[in-house]
Write a protein that binds this ligand. Structure first.
Ligand SMILES: [Zn+2]
Length: 130
């Protein structure tokens, strides 16, 4: 029997995050990139969190990363894994690890972007072991 998929609540895009979610609908994960100091950040923000410049733009992430830390939520109706994944570009993001045996997840494991549908909203970026 196939594993039951956990239902994911739809994100609520606002003016600042609209472009991010529009890209998500196209299967693209965007980071924030500051053209003033050159640093990337996640989630994308209008103001750079490092130098406070407003010269930020969206940059597509490769979708490759490694698990920095994780926790398996076993008391949920359908257990799931929440994790911090460090992207190849150097920024970390809070996400879910999907499409795998939750008991086999390891810190340092290589993962790849896997968008998951939500209930009536844009898909959310999750990661699956490579
Ligand atoms: Zn900056």
């Amino acid at each position: 029997m196939p594993a039951q998929e956990r239902k994911i609540q739809a994100p609520q895009p606002n003016p600042e995050t609209q472009a991010f979610w529009k890209a998500a609908e196209e299967g693209k994960l965007m980071m924030g990139k500051c053209t003033a100091c050159g640093a990337v950040h996640y989630y994308p923000r209008a103001i750079c969190p490092f130098c406070f410049s407003d010269k930020t733009e969206l940059q597509q992430a490769s979708g490759n990363g490694t698990i920095y830390t994780y926790s398996v939520m076993r008391r949920a109706p359908i257990p799931y894994a929440i994790a911090y994944v460090t992207l190849q570009e150097g920024v970390s993001m809070m996400t879910n690890i999907v499409d795998c045996d939750l008991d086999a997840i390891k810190i340092g494991q290589k993962v790849k972007l896997a968008f998951k549908p939500t209930e009536g909203g844009p898909p959310v970026p999750c990661f699956a072991p490579v």
